[in-house]
Design a protein around this ligand. Structure first.
Ligand SMILES: [Zn+2]
Ligand SMILES: [Zn+2]
Length: 281
């Protein structure tokens, strides 16, 4: 199966996971614009009419929004999968979500794995949260372990964006994956020197904000070395446009992988407006 990111960062997020026989899922679909998502999918021969579900990581507007996510689901009859503990927050936030629910297009999941087509989706909790200054609602943020099991063969992606920090539970959920797609948000020095308001910097750097390049690198290195050779690709997600560069992110993650002898693993970087490389496992 394959994973391609169609755009990643605070300007919007959307990733496609596709099996050879045609189970297709999106992870998040927001803010990039309906045309961007539709066009990038159609360049890959994928029509939204044949997407089996949109999985929501959390409720920040760069991941789920009323302008892109709900219309895409409504127009194409695609179920939106949300954590059950996010449901009430979503209802309060937008009446379009209520309309989607009444149209039978909202599916609630809890912490148990569930099946969509040929894929098994196992959500895991991540500590990302609200900044608190504007009462923004995030629901119950999750990462996903997405697996395709065929006979004795099991392939899986571990996908985690917007983490804050990596808990033992989240790290455990990533072990043994064939590919990691993980947040690599900021360079700490650039964030501190950014001139952004102090409360915003404190939130980004804190345990409910975003992962730094070093945090991402250390996590990727621990997961790769504990997974004993299973991890064959790494995709870095959600880079800050102001406080990071692809080179800083790549160098930091490669340095961490080198320390554990795993720097042979290819690393790709997702961009805000351009599709990433396709990761095939
Ligand atoms: Zn985000
Ligand atoms: Zn977020």
């Amino acid at each position: 199966m394959k994973l391609v990111n169609l755009g990643s960062g605070s300007g919007g997020n959307c990733s496609l996971i596709e099996t050879e026989r045609g189970t297709r899922l999106l992870i998040d679909a927001a803010r990039l614009g309906i045309n961007h998502i539709t066009d990038r999918l159609s360049e890959r021969g994928v029509s939204l009419d044949y997407v089996s579900g949109v999985l929501a990581t959390h409720m920040h507007g760069d991941h789920v929004d009323a302008g892109v996510t709900y219309p895409i689901c409504r127009r194409h009859g695609i179920p939106l999968y949300v954590h059950a503990e996010s449901f009430e927050d979503l209802l309060r936030r937008s009446k379009k979500f209520g309309e989607l629910d009444r149209a039978g297009l909202v599916r609630k999941f809890d912490d148990s794995p569930f099946a969509i087509g040929e894929l098994t989706v196992a959500p895991f909790a991540v500590p990302h949260g609200s900044g608190g200054w504007n009462r923004d609602i995030v629901g119950r943020p999750v990462g996903f372990r997405i697996s395709h099991i065929e006979g004795a063969s099991r392939k899986s992606f571990a996908f985690a964006t917007d983490l804050g920090e990596v808990t033992p539970e989240a790290e455990e959920a990533m072990l043994g994956a064939d590919a990691l797609a993980i947040e690599c948000n900021h360079d700490v020095r650039s964030e501190l020197d950014s001139g952004r308001p102090r409360f915003l910097v404190d939130w980004v750097l804190g345990g409910r904000g975003h992962l730094s390049n070093e945090q991402c690198g250390r996590t990727a290195a621990r997961v790769a070395s504990r997974s004993r050779g299973s991890v064959k690709h790494i995709l870095l997600l959600h880079l800050s446009e102001d406080c990071n560069t692809p080179k800083l992110a790549l160098d930091a993650v490669r340095d961490s992988l080198r320390l554990v002898g795993e720097d042979h693993i290819p690393i790709d970087v997702a961009a805000q407006r351009e599709p990433s490389a396709e990761i095939i496992i």
